[in-house]
Design a protein around this ligand. Sequence first.
Ligand code: GP9
Ligand code: MN
Length: 420
Amino acid sequence: DGNEIPKIQDYINENVKTDEKSALFGVAKGKNVIFINAESIQSFVINNDVNGQEITPFLNRLTEDKDTYYFENFYHQTEQGKTSDSEFIVENSLYPLSRGAVFFTHAQNEYHAMPEILKEENYYSSVLHANNKSFWNRDQMYQSLGIDHFYGEESYEVTEENSIGWGLKDKPYFEQSIPLLKSMEQPFYAKLITLTNHFPFELDDEDQSIDPYHSNSKTLNNFFPTVRYMDEAIEQFFSQLKETGLYEDSIIVIMGDHYGISANHNRAMSMYLDKEEITPYDHVQLQRVPFFIHIPGHGEGRVESKISGQIDVKPTILSLLGLETQNDIQFGTDLFSQTRKDFIALRNGNFISDEYVFANNICYDRKTGESIEDQESDRTDATNKTKSCTPIREKVEKELDYSDDLIYGDLFRFIEFNER
Ligand code: GP9
Ligand code: MN
């Protein structure tokens, strides 16, 4: 019956909400949003190499680009729902569920998702993804999220030659997406979900620009050439957007959806990263995925080091478009505002704050990666404050519970937003 709502609103008012308008509020007003959901890419490949070869030359250049903000400490917050969880977080600024996929279990809920909000501003929203429409129950869930159109597999020409692994290769996929984007009424919000860089990372020889790694993990070995292929596909897509003239009228967001290399490959991963072992701290740090916001002609881009996560994407995009979200029920904050919640929660209760990384019940110093319990002498800092993850840990648990309450209780049914 919605009894929990005031409690949740109080929590959000106290811990999440900020009345501050960021310096970038409205810089992309009226522009199209082209959102690339980049499959399984993790931040450790950015500005890194394998066998002496650069892995992601295009994305590396973007990190230096004047029109681009690159968030180097951005975390995915997904669970078992993988890509669908990343979509859920982005559209709603809510957490996914700790088990199962909310796309399956709560597709009939009411939400206050980004496409719905944008509809009030006359945006046309769509998803372009060359896979079966019912995968992850997308066809159902997209309706609840207010997405106007889903261009699925049948909108693409998929042949034996242009497919590998899960389906249409990323290069022909982006190429065939161009006419679809051109045909859309503007302004639009279009999400493109790539497919080639997906486990088990299969790639035709002719598409391999770099060699696989050499370790006992075939998965990690093959990851690098498919990441490079996706990097090239995105580069080609940027060129094609410029050719069509869509580029100037759009902002382009690129986000990694979730990890590609699971903890099962820790031995190979430690070899690649030249570490003795992958500690729980390292494991959490490996949950960073690339996040880029590219604003053509902006000129003030930079590499941003503050901690951030998928939960922040919705308020950030809406703010760039000049939409106020102060009264929204959300757990993220505009990444360009100065006052922000001081932690990023992972769905399993682990978290990252400026000072700490909390992983597997161990509180680590974020800067050094050393466990705080191990350093008794360091237990207090200059301000005489005891170092401890506990206060944030309690908040994280509360926040995850509140997000669950909203989903399990279908509480958005009871909440009135301005634009409804
Ligand atoms: C499937 C694609 C991959 O359509 O989005 O999903 P994943 O297995 O990464 O969740
Ligand atoms: Mn995925």
